[in-house]
Design a protein around this ligand. Structure first.
Ligand code: UGA
Length: 435
C-alpha cells in the first residue's frame, strides 16, 4: 500500500487492522517491520494518501476496492492439520465486508490462499448482502522479504486473476490501471481466478524445489569432494536453468515456502493425486533433512559431543535484511543443538532478543543467551555456526574471534559466505555447505 500511495498520488490508501497496538506502531517512528527502504517511503506518504487506522467499518464503507491481506497460516488442528491453510481470518474479513458495505466493491485477494478461495469469499458476500455487487479478484504478491521495496517498484510481473465476465474484466482493468501507474503494461498478466490462485503456490513450489535440489547435491558434494558453489555456477550458466536461487544453504525458511508447498500437497491429496502430492512433499522433507544434516555435522566434528560446550550462533532471521524469524532454519538448528545440551550464544543484528527466546521456548532456555554483538557471542565458544548471511558477518575480525576461542576452534558456515581457505589458514577448522 505504501508503494501504491507513493506511485499513485491520486489514490487514497487506508490500512486497517483490529490490532490497535500494531496500527499505533505503524503510526509511530518505530515501524514494526524492518525492510530496507520502507521507512523512508512510509514517512513520505503517511498522512498524505496513506492512512493507518482501526476504523474497519468506516474504511469498508468508503473504499471502492478492498485488499484482503490477512495471514493464512497452516492449520494446526482438525481436518488437514499441518497442511491445509487456516482460512478463518479470510472468512472473518469477508463477513466484516458483508456487514458494513453499502455499495458495490472490488475485493482483491492479496493473501496467499488455496485454490478456489475466491469462490468462498463470493459465497459469504452473496449470502450476507442483498443487491450489492461484489467482484472478487486474485492478485498474489511475489515480493520477497529483504528486497520488498525494489521487488514492488520493479516487479518481474504483476498477476491479476478475475472472472471472465464483463463485470470481472472491468474489475481486472480497474486494478491493472492502478499498477500501470508504474509497472509497464506488458508485465501485468491477467488470467482466470483459479489460474492466478494456483500460479502463486506453484511459483513458490518451483523456487523452493530449486533450493532443495541444490541442497540435495550439497550432500553429494560433501561425500565426493566436489564443491557445490562450483557445481551451481556451472549449471546456472545454462540459460535454460539460470543462475538464481541455486545457493546451497542450511535450508529455506520464511513464512511462505513450506506453507505453500504443504498447501499444494493438501490440494493434490484432496483430488486423489497421491504421486503428485508425494513429489512436492519431498521438497519439504529434503529441507528438513538439510537442517538435521547441518546439526549432525557440528556434533560429529566436535568429537561427537557438544554437551556443555558453548556454540556461537551468528544470525537468527530466515534470511538477511529482515527481522522475520518465521520458519527460520536457525530455529531447527538451535533446537537440535540445545537438545544435545549445548550452550548457545545467539546474535542477530535485527532480530529482537524476545523473538529468539520465544522461538526457542521450552528448549532448555537456561542454556541460551542472546549476545549483544558477534564478538560477545563468539567469546570462549568451541564453535561458531553462521546461520544467516548478513553482510556484516563477512567482515568480522576472525583473528580476534579465534584468539578468544578454545582450540581446536570450529566454524560452520551454513550460508557459504565466508572465505573458508582463509579461515583455515588462520587456524580454524572450517566447514561450509557442500564443501
Ligand atoms: C518467497 C518468494 O521468493 C517470493 O517470490 C514470494 O512472494 C514470497 O516467498 C511469498 O510467498 O510471500 P521470501 O520467503 O520472502 O520470498 O524469501 P526468499 O528470498 O524466497 O527466501 C526464502 C528462503 O530460501 C530463505 O531462507 C533463503 O535464505 C533461502 N534461499 C533462497 C536459499 O537457501 N538459497 C537460495 O538460493 C535462495
Amino acid at each position: 500500500m505504501a508503494i501504491i500511495a507513493q506511485r499513485c498520488p491520486g489514490v487514497h490508501t487506508t490500512i486497517v487492522d483490529m490490532n490497535a497496538a500494531r496500527i499505533a506502531a505503524w503510526n509511530s517512528d518505530l515501524l514494526p517491520i524492518y525492510e530496507p527502504g520502507l521507512e523512508e517511503i512510509v514517512r513520505q506518504v503517511r498522512g498524505r494518501n496513506l492512512t493507518f487506522s482501526t476504523d474497519i467499518a468506516g474504511a469498508i464503507k468508503r473504499a471502492d476496492m478492498i485488499f484482503v491481506c490477512v495471514n493464512t497460516p497452516t492449520k494446526t488442528y482438525g481436518l488437514g492439520a499441518g497442511r491445509a491453510a487456516d482460512l478463518s481470518y479470510v472468512e472473518s474479513v469477508a463477513r466484516a465486508i458483508a456487514e458494513h458495505a453499502n455499495a458495490p466493491k472490488i475485493i482483491v485477494e492479496k493473501s496467499t490462499i488455496p485454490v478456489r478461495t475466491a469462490e468462498s469469499i463470493s459465497a459469504i458476500l452473496a449470502a450476507n448482502t442483498s443487491g450489492i455487487h461484489f467482484e472478487v479478484l486474485s492478485n498474489p504478491e511475489f515480493l520477497a522479504e529483504g528486497t520488498a521495496v525494489n521487488d514492488l517498484q520493479n516487479p518481474d510481473r504483476v498477476l491479476i486473476g478475475g472472472e471472465r465476465t464483463p463485470e470481472g474484466e472491468a474489475a481486472v482493468k480497474a486494478l491493472a490501471d492502478i499498477y500501470a501507474c508504474w509497472v509497464p503494461r506488458e508485465r501485468i498478466i491477467t488470467t482466470s481466478l483459479w489460474s492466478s490462485e494456483l500460479s502463486k503456490l506453484v511459483a513458490n513450489a518451483f523456487l523452493a524445489q530449486r533450493i532443495s535440489s541444490i541442497n540435495s547435491i550439497s550432500a553429494v558434494c560433501e561425500a565426493t569432494g566436489a564443491d557445490v558453489d562450483e557445481v551451481a555456477h556451472v549449471i546456472g550458466r545454462d540459460s535454460r536453468i539460470g543462475p538464481k536461487f541455486l545457493k546451497a544453504s542450511i535450508g529455506f525458511g520464511g513464512s511462505c515456502f513450506q506453507k505453500d508447498i504443504l498447501n499444494l500437497v493438501y490440494l493434490c491429496e484432496h483430488f486423489g493425486l497421491n504421486e503428485v502430492a508425494a513429489y512436492w512433499e519431498h521438497v519439504v522433507r529434503m529441507n528438513d533433512y538439510q537442517k538435521r544434516r547441518f546439526t549432525a555435522q557440528i556434533v560429529k566434528a566436535l568429537f561427537n559431543t557438544v554437551a556443555d560446550k558453548k556454540i556461537a550462533v551468528l544470525g537468527f532471521a530466515f534470511k538477511k535484511n529482515t527481522n522475520d524469524v518465521r520458519e527460520s532454519a536457525a530455529i531447527a538448528v538451535c533446537r537440535s543443538l540445545l537438545a544435545e545440551h549445548a550452550c548457545l550464544a545467539v546474535f542477530d543484528p535485527k532480530v529482537a532478543p524476545e523473538d529468539i527466546q520465544r522461538e526457542l521456548a521450552g528448549a532448555a532456555e537456561a542454556r541460551l543467551t542472546v549476545a549483544r554483538n558477534a564478538y560477545e557471542a563468539c567469546e570462549g565458544a568451541h564453535a561458531v555456526a553462521l546461520l544467516t548471511e548478513w553482510d556484516e558477518f563477512k567482515s568480522l575480525d576472525f583473528a580476534r574471534i579465534l584468539a578468544s576461542m578454545p582450540k581446536p576452534a570450529f566454524i560452520f558456515d551454513g550460508r557459504n559466505i565466508l572465505d573458508l581457505p582463509k579461515l583455515r589458514a588462520l587456524g580454524f577448522q572450517a566447514f561450509g555447505i557442500g564443501k
